[in-house]
Design a protein. Structure first.
Length: 162
């Protein structure tokens, strides 16, 4: 906390901004991991409360529903690629490694989800799931300059020390 207090200009905003970036990193990272966990049944079977898919096959069908404009042959690959991207971005965000790049890519991925959900299901679906909000948060995180409690922060301190 002493580090935050030294950077603070007396009004608390600098400390709040730094702590907020940690919270946002973790929230986005666990947001992605939770969705991935759902696809593999970790949160339970389809039909149980708060379970959207429960199996990867159901997620693949949902991917096809959202991406109705793409050939059906690319849907399985798209489901795997999006799952892989969410997993990698989640890990990068939680660790705080390459944070700005991970935040930017997360923002674009979430925005693409929001737009395809809007086109396929209407505006209520992405609003109910806060996908636009998550995308906005990711873009806001991209604009941050400090990432406390992160690999990036540790690497930066070591580089300055040497």
């Amino acid at each position: 906390m002493k580090r935050f207090q030294q950077e603070d200009k007396g009004n608390g905003t600098e400390m709040f901004s730094n702590v907020s970036s940690v919270f946002l990193r973790l929230a986005l990272g666990f947001f992605f991991l939770s969705a991935v966990a759902d696809r593999f049944g970790i949160w339970g079977d389809f039909g149980q409360p708060h379970v959207a898919w429960g199996t990867f096959a159901k997620f693949e069908a949902y991917t096809g529903q959202l991406n109705w404009f793409l050939p059906k042959t690319v849907i399985p690959a798209l489901a795997v690629i999006s799952t892989g991207a969410e997993t990698v971005l989640a890990i990068l965000l939680i660790l705080g490694w390459q944070t700005r790049l991970a935040a930017l890519l997360s923002g674009f991925l979430l925005l693409s989800f929001a737009l395809t959900m809007t086109a396929a299901l209407g505006i209520k679906a992405p609003l109910d799931l806060s996908v636009f909000t998550a995308a906005g948060g990711a873009f806001l995180l991209f604009g941050s300059t400090e990432f406390p409690f992160s690999v990036d922060s540790s690497r930066s301190r070591r580089e300055r020390a040497s």
